[in-house]
Structures are given as structure tokens and as C-alpha cells.
Design a protein around this ligand. Structure first.
Ligand SMILES: [Zn+2]
Length: 287
């Protein structure tokens, strides 16, 4: 679910992964840290969203942009339900506060997450210190390729390609939980540029229309962070929490970051705790 990076400038080599107590004792010396964070993607559990189970639809079949074309009221039934869960019905848990407190004691930090619930930023982490690799439900975009194309006439006529989802979240379309459809199609969110149907700026399955400008900016900030770590030989600790193998984006990123920067990876994972052999001397697993 998350990762931390911090290695003390006072330590020229990573501590042994064979002694966890010694490892954590060194945390206070680390100057830089990175957190990789992801909830387990569990297709079976997600498939049991009550309305989806009733309709015999798996999560990956529901979370695709094609529904916005085929059946907008049904597509927004799913997304209104999700936005309600992530925003109206939940707040960031205490773990975020703990990480924010830890970050404040370090020279620098970065958080990399595949979660789309905006909880890192809602917890007070700066936009330029968070990478949301699968997008964010905190932002909206148009469903029409002609509009999201930077050269489109609607783009030239003004209005952003991405805009805050705050107004949509404040007044989510009402969903019939038995059919998973929005009751009143007139309440479906509209593009601020062209008036077509809007959608969350989340990278879905088989998604060729995702507007990448915001995640590209975040990716650049993350790349620059790792580049600075390597260039200055900073000591970095990486903490990865709950990154599963079903969609391994976060897991692979933390492994590559550890390898190219010579940092130590701390993998906290009760389901998939294994560590690649090439990182066996610079990683510790906490099942
Ligand atoms: Zn549009």
C-alpha cells in the first residue's frame, strides 16, 4: 500500500535486510524518503460491488470508457457510486497523517500511488510531491477525442482540458442502486468546453481517451526527484505498502527506483511479500 524512501547521508551503504529491528532503528537518520502506495486490486472483491454482482459484471468490465458511449446513465451510475465512496463517504485514514509527520522530518520526500481517491493530496501533501499514476477522481475531462485533442476547435475556444471535480462531487448524480443507473440523464456531468458528456480523469481499462497532461506533469516531478537522488548520491529509503501483483505498476516502480538509485526497499505486504532475487541484498520484506 505504500512506500518510504530514506537513507541517511551518514550511511554509505544500505543496512542489512536480515535484521528488521536494526533497519527501523535507522529510520531517524534517513534524510530523504519515498512512499509507494496502492490498495490491493482484488478483482474478485471488487466484482462483488452489490449492484455489479447482481448484473454479473466484473470490475474490469465495468471500469472502461466504452460505457460512456454505449450507455452514459449506466457509466455514471458506476462512477457516481465510486466518487461517493472515495469523497463523500470517506476521509484519509491515520496512516496518511503518520506519513505526513514523517515527511516533515526529512530533507525531501515523494509519494507514488495508484489510488485515485485523492487521499494523499487531501492529507496535505503538495501536488508536486505526489504521483497519481492512474489519474484522479478529483479531476474531470471530456469523453470526446475531438475535444481533448489540444488542436481541437473547442480547445482553442477556451476552457481547460481538465477541471476540478469538486462541483460534481458536491452534487453527484443520484443512482438507482438496483439498476446502477443514474435516475435523471439531465444530471450527467458535462464538459466545460463543449458541453459533451464528461468523465473522471482516471485511467480505466482499455482506455485510449485518458487525458495525460496532469499525470505527465506529476511523472516529470517524480523523474526529477529520482534524478536528483542519483546525481547527488542522496541516501533514500523506499517504503512500499500494499502494492499487489494483479496490476504491478506501483510494485515495479518501487523496484526500479530502488535498483537505479541504489536505495533500500521496504516492502510491507501480507499477500505478496516476495522480493526479486536481484534486490535480495537491498530489500526487506514485512509480510
Ligand atoms: Zn468537451
Amino acid at each position: 500500500m505504500l512506500l518510504v524512501v530514506v537513507r541517511s547521508i551518514a550511511h554509505s551503504s544500505p543496512p542489512s535486510g536480515s535484521n528488521r529491528i536494526e533497519w527501523f532503528g535507522l529510520f531517524s537518520l534517513y534524510m530523504f524518503w519515498v512512499v509507494f502506495f496502492s490498495f490491493f486490486f482484488d478483482p474478485e472483491r471488487m466484482g462483488r460491488y452489490p449492484p455489479m454482482a447482481k448484473l454479473k459484471l466484473e470490475f474490469h468490465e465495468m471500469s472502461t470508457p466504452s460505457w460512456f458511449t454505449k450507455d452514459p446513465a449506466f457509466a455514471w451510475g458506476f462512477w457516481s457510486h465510486r466518487l461517493g465512496l472515495y469523497h463523500s463517504k470517506s476521509v484519509p485514514h491515520r496512516g496518511y497523517t503518520i506519513m505526513k509527520t514523517l515527511a516533515a522530518t526529512k530533507a525531501d520526500h515523494f509519494s507514488f500511488t495508484s489510488n485515485v481517491d485523492t487521499h494523499w493530496i487531501r492529507s496535505g501533501f503538495a501536488e508536486n510531491k505526489v504521483m497519481e499514476c492512474h489519474g484522479s477522481t478529483g479531476w474531470m475531462q471530456c469523453t470526446q477525442p475531438k475535444c481533448t485533442n489540444p488542436k481541437a476547435a473547442s480547445a482553442e475556444s477556451g476552457g481547460p482540458a481538465l477541471w476540478s471535480a469538486a462541483d460534481v462531487i458536491k452534487s453527484l448524480p443520484v443512482v438507482d442502486e438496483s439498476t446502477f443507473r443514474v435516475n435523471d440523464p439531465a444530471t450527467l456531468p458535462k464538459c466545460v468546453r463543449c458541453g459533451s458528456l464528461a468523465r473522471p480523469n482516471v485511467m480505466m481499462f482499455s482506455d485510449h481517451g485518458f487525458v495525460e497532461t496532469r499525470t505527465d506533469t506529476q511523472q516529470l516531478a517524480f523523474d526529477n526527484f529520482i534524478r536528483d537522488v542519483m546525481k547527488n548520491n542522496w541516501k533514500l529509503a523506499i517504503i512500499e505498502i500494499g502494492a499487489g501483483e494483479a496490476i504491478p505498476t506501483v510494485r515495479e516502480t518501487s523496484e526500479v527506483s530502488a535498483r537505479i538509485s541504489g536505495s533500500t526497499l521496504i516492502r510491507i505486504n501480507p499477500r505478496d511479500p516476495s522480493i526479486p532475487r536481484r534486490l535480495s541484498h537491498s530489500a526487506v520484506s514485512i509480510p
